[in-house]
Design a protein around this ligand. Sequence first.
Ligand SMILES: [Zn+2]
Length: 354
Amino acid sequence: MLTYVITLVALAGFGAPVAAQPRAPFSVGSTSVPAGQRVDLDLAVPPGATDGPTRVPVTVFHGVAPGPVLALTAGVHGYEFVPILAAQRLLARIDPQTLHGTVVLVRLAHVEAFEQRVPYVNPFDRKNLNRVFPGRPDGTQAERIAWAITTEIIRRSDLHVELHGGDGAEWMEPFAGPYGGPLAAAQYAQARTMALAFGFRNVITYEMKTQAQVDSGRSLNRQAVADGKPTVLVEIGQNGQRDVASIEALVAGLENLLKTLTMTGGAPTPPRDDTRWFTGSAEATATTTGIFTPVATTGRAVTKGQLIGTVTDYAGREIERIVSPVDGYVMYGLAGPPVRAGEAVVTIGIPPRN
Ligand SMILES: [Zn+2]
């Protein structure tokens, strides 16, 4: 279906006369959106056995002309504010009267986590929404939110971009992450094009090699892989901050993505020629619980064995020195100070093997 849609766009070209036949409406939940209109709606998430109802605020921009259905999802983690605020800013930047295709913008996937200022997990079931896809219609709240997004957003879209950032106590250097590997091979070329449209220096290709990798603790990106959609992870912002420069960089990236997909007019900025490529990532993990002090909280190259940070107990005694398990580029990590045994303190991009 995707190939067919993109062929249509290529044939029509942006700015070509729109066909006389109006496009069919696009539906999300119980809401039908006519061509050429923007509709803000709440996807209802009904109550469960142990927790209450919630909603997923979504905006549909259903363009006047044919084109792909692009899903943009923000706020799966409710304490990652840069994507959530970028989604707000994007609202005024898309005109369905000139748009080719359809943008389905999930403005805030995890309302309860946002309103209660809870990083990582759902405040009621304590589950990480980004590990419970596809979810269940009769599960706990995180699982029911996941089910609504899977069935009403991902499976109704052709392309997907998942917007994250550093969570409550995480520093982060921005990156884009197209999904590839044998299980997403057919979708990779499109995902790669989409990832490069953001203009970030760092690009990590997530190689999906086994079905278990797609299935265990399934994230929203992996759900899109399972449903056969080209999908990209975009990470920008850090430490639960409202960082205007990062918000603007993300909005600029999203606007360039729309141009690159010929959903909006104007020449896109081409991919930068100094992209740093990584093939997957590794983690350095704490084996003790206590107070973590990182060596640095910025992106940087590291070598295997290089010190990443230390853990002290609550009496101030050093109990662990954490070192990098690989050569690579430290992309994001824990700013600290709390750390528990078994937690990753940094994620390290692995350069491709030559
Ligand atoms: Zn996140």
